[in-house]
Design a protein around this ligand. Structure first.
Ligand code: 16G
Ligand code: MG
Length: 548
């Protein structure tokens, strides 16, 4: 059995010593202050090479980004061959490698993986990587490259990219020359594919007024500027918050996360009534829309609204093409607004599943439908077309011109939508397609249903690990008795719904509440927040004042 070249590993690993810290590969990979990441990223390079060898030299992607986090943070996540997130069982290996205390421990763990997973070290390793605009990205890429040298991986540095672009490129590289070939494995290839499909989708329709696009001062700005010329004027976009030269501005008072959590537009953006606005997050895998109503109120069109719009449109197209044997389903999390779930089930008559937070859970569930629409309320999502649905769509010519047009639109839709992961560029083109096709203003889109007021509260507790959930995070089984207490409170509120879950990315417990009116929602959220705090404060800390 081949072994790791220990001298090589020691020499390289000494350049990337582990600090005194504990690391976890979580829902979004490793993510923390950039200054702590050097050894983690070096070791992630080793893991990427092992993963590639395990998969017979298939290309693995590695993205250095911290998404919507502040500029001083960074992170890394791995992309599996078809462009999906790293297989769940390997997350524990990532965590273990990152925490090995010495070079000897590191080598031991690598060898234990090699033997338990039957990895043939003589196989080639192929890894591609990219990064967002964070200044720390450059030195972290160097650490990654060193990690990749440990097992002699063949690497390609794609430079600065959005996260979904790297997912796309990974899939293209692994499918090239096969019947599943996904496209040209370059940013340019990605732009061409999306633009060509979008032009088909809006052909002959009157162009809408310009969309104002907030890029959170992140990688979406330079990349969307590169993309726009490919659209040949099929879409007017005015880009704001595009200052990537001032790193401190990244995600600051702008971007999809800010807009969704603050329920307001980016600071400094002057909004005009009934115009369309959209925000990306810092690595352009999340998208939210919004507008200002005639009475100047701010209206958010979040991931739930995008899912509703997309499902409505796809169901209509499938019917119009005469292929309604294709099943369409929607996947949400517990954070989906109750009104959106009602709309999907009762007005669109589509099956809706609820899964735990985190893209991998949604993606997995969406694969069960012919066409699976999945979105988190925070704007992360996509639409997956199954191989059999694609086959049907591609073989349908339609028995009349209307059917033929609908089938053509479905084909283009499957090309415009990134099949690997939620992609803000793709999702934006999807929304713009539907609004253009229907000639809808954001207000017309918004009229599908009215969101129930909702409130998200963070509770700082002593130990969030004591909170254990079941039923797609909608119920707590531990601590014992707390769920009964929550249920008793919720019962007192009209249209009340609330759930409590430990965050996967922050050391807090999150409380979500919705009810018929804003005051009732706030009261519900704060009462449950207080309950959670009382269960786990152990007398320490101060009970937040708003907790009733
Ligand atoms: C991660 C997830 C995101 C989820 C969020 C929840 C991915 C790529 N990202 O950012 O989908 O909404 O975690 O965070 O899966 P929380 O556990 O702190 O609430
Ligand atoms: Mg993101």
């Amino acid at each position: 059995m081949a072994t790791v070249n220990v001298n090589n590993l020691n020499a390289l690993s000494d350049l990337h010593k582990k600090p005194d810290a504990n690391f976890t590969y979580g829902t979004a990979g490793f993510r923390m202050k950039a200054e702590l990441l050097d050894s983690v990223i070096f070791r992630t390079g080793i893991l990427a090479a092992l993963r590639s060898k395990k998969l017979d030299g298939k290309v693995i992607g590695c993205m250095i980004t911290a998404s919507h986090n502040p500029a001083e943070d960074n992170g890394v996540k791995l992309v599996d061959p078809m462009g999906e997130m790293l297989e769940g069982s390997w997350e524990a290996h990532a965590t273990a490698l990152s925490n090995a205390e010495s070079n000897e421990h590191l080598i031991d763990y690598i060898h234990s993986m090699v033997s338990s997973l039957k990895i043939d070290l003589t196989k080639p390793a192929n890894v591609v990587f990219g990064r967002d605009t964070r200044p720390s990205g450059e030195s972290l890429v160097a650490a990654l490259a060193d990690g990749l040298k440990v097992l002699d991986a063949t690497v390609t540095d794609y430079g600065i990219l959005t996260t979904p672009q790297l997912h796309y490129i990974t899939r293209c590289l692994n499918t090239a020359g096969t019947p599943e070939a996904y496209g040209e494995p370059t940013a340019e290839g990605y732009y061409k594919k999306l633009a060509a499909a979008f032009k088909v989708l809006v052909e002959g329709k009157t162009k809408l007024s310009a969309l104002t696009l907030d890029c959170a001062n992140g990688v979406g700005a330079p990349k969307f500027k590169e993309f726009l010329p490919h659209l040949d004027d099929a879409l007017s976009v005015k880009i704001v918050n595009d200052d990537v030269d001032n790193p401190s501005k990244l995600n600051l008072n702008s971007g999809a996360d800010f807009v969704k959590t603050q329920q307001r537009g980016p600071i400094g953006l002057k909004m005009a009534p009934q115009e369309r606005y959209a925000s990306f997050d810092g690595d352009a895998d999340r998208l939210v829309y919004y507008y200002q109503d005639d009475d100047n109120t701010f209206k958010l069109l979040d991931g739930d609204k995008i899912a509703g719009l997309a499902a409505m449109y796809i169901i209509d197209l499938v019917k119009a093409a005469g292929i309604d044997s294709i099943s369409v389903g929607v996947v949400q999390t517990a954070y989906a607004n109750g009104a959106s779930t009602q709309y999907l089930r009762n007005s669109l008559n589509v099956p809706v599943s609820c899964v735990s937070t985190g893209v991998k859970h949604l993606h997995h569930e969406a694969l069960k439908y012919d066409v699976g629409v999945y979105f988190e309320a925070n704007g992360h999502g996509t639409v997956l077309f199954s191989p059999s649905a694609l086959k049907t769509i591609h073989s349908t010519e339609g028995s009349n011109p209307a059917q033929a047009v609908a089938a053509r639109s479905l084909r283009a839709l499957s090309e415009v939508i990134n099949q690997t992961v939620g992609d803000a560029f793709s999702d934006l083109l999807l929304v713009e397609t539907i609004l253009t096709q229907r000639q809808w203003t954001p207000k017309v889109w918004d009229q599908a249903y009215t969101d129930l007021p909702n409130r998200l509260v963070k509770v700082v507790v002593k130990d969030r690990s004591i909170f254990k959930t079941v039923d797609a995070e909608r119920k707590l089984v531990e601590p014992a008795g707390i769920q009964d207490a929550i249920d008793a409170i919720v019962l007192k509120f009209r249209d009340g719904r609330s759930f409590v879950r430990p965050s996967g990315t922050e050391d807090v417990v999150r409380v979500y509440a919705e009810a018929a009116t804003r005051p009732e929602t706030d009261e519900l959220a704060y009462r449950i927040g207080g309950l959670v705090f009382d269960y786990n404060s152990n007398g320490s800390g101060t009970r937040p004042r708003e907790f009733l």
